[in-house]
Design a protein around this ligand. Sequence first.
Ligand code: F6R
Length: 368
Amino acid sequence: DLGDYKHYMQKEIFEQPQAIRDTLESRITKDTVSLSAFGHNAETIFTNIKHIQIIACGTSYNAGLVAKYWLEDIAKVPTNIEVASEYRYRNPVVLNNTLLVTISQSGETTDTLEALKSVKQHHNNIHTLTICNCAESFLTRESELTLLTHAGPEISVASTKAFTTQLVSLALLSVAIGKCHKQVDKKQETAIVDGLNRLPGLIKKTLEQESQIIELAQSFKNKFNAIFLGRGTMHAIAMEGALKLKEISYIHSEAFPAGELKHGPIALIDQDTPVIAIAPNDQLLDKLKSNLQEVKSRGSQMIVFEDEMSNVTPMQNMTVMSITHNLGIITAPIIFTIPLQLLSYHVALIKGTNVDKPRNLAKSVTVE
Ligand code: F6R
């Protein structure tokens, strides 16, 4: 039931505060991340693992890209990530005591499932965990441990609330493994949990900035290409922003780590190619600002999503939009996802595409 919404995608974007509340519920007690939420023997498994391999497709893969940063930064466990359709067809080296993490909204994606099955078949000394939105699915049945994202049914083909609840779940995983490896102390756990608990309110506040995004979307009306830039976890969020825009508005969009621009992609930039940059106030901000200078001299239109502390000085052809301030390593990528979802939604409305059922796409990809 759509209620007052025009599309499922719009409804699901606005459901995110509740979806995150539901995903956190019973996984956090007071200021402690529960280990048993992952399965009754999670503590033993997490304590014993030495490596993490993440496998997923599409949006779920982008969530895993963010998690790689978190798992290495917070839990200090070496983490790799690969798209399932590549991983399953090669002969990867799987080390003993690897935790294989699959991420999936549907739990039915053939490539992800087959990658999991093939690792299980060829290796004994590994453990498996799935982060999944569907309790009764192939992936939950095939995995030792499960953490369900409680996003509720996602109808729109373009994934939104599944993505942000996957990120929340992966944040819980990073803290849980970090605790088992004695890398996360009480103070850090309390700070992360506090950030997670603030997310529903912060997202609500960001959603209230929709009218600014509607205005930004107008300039995409006659555009055929767009470039997204970010550094660190924001590169992964840029990837997700580009995926959303191409899926539902059919604008060719690419994401690059901002530092890679000068190694080739900058050749693409001209007046007709808008550049969207994500610029939180973190240790990479100054580097990103100098990347924006490089873009500026090519005359392209720039949109910068910053936080209130970033102080990006608007230049010619640049719109700077401030998102809420004081974000941490966990909260920032989740919050900066919101304006990109809204942007792709409003560009699609302007283009008049079938928002909930974009051409050539299916909700659950069970073909190979
Ligand atoms: C993007 C999208 C797809 C899916 C991908 C994986 O909006 O919906 O890229 O993310 O097909 O699907 P799941 O997560 O169900 O394994």
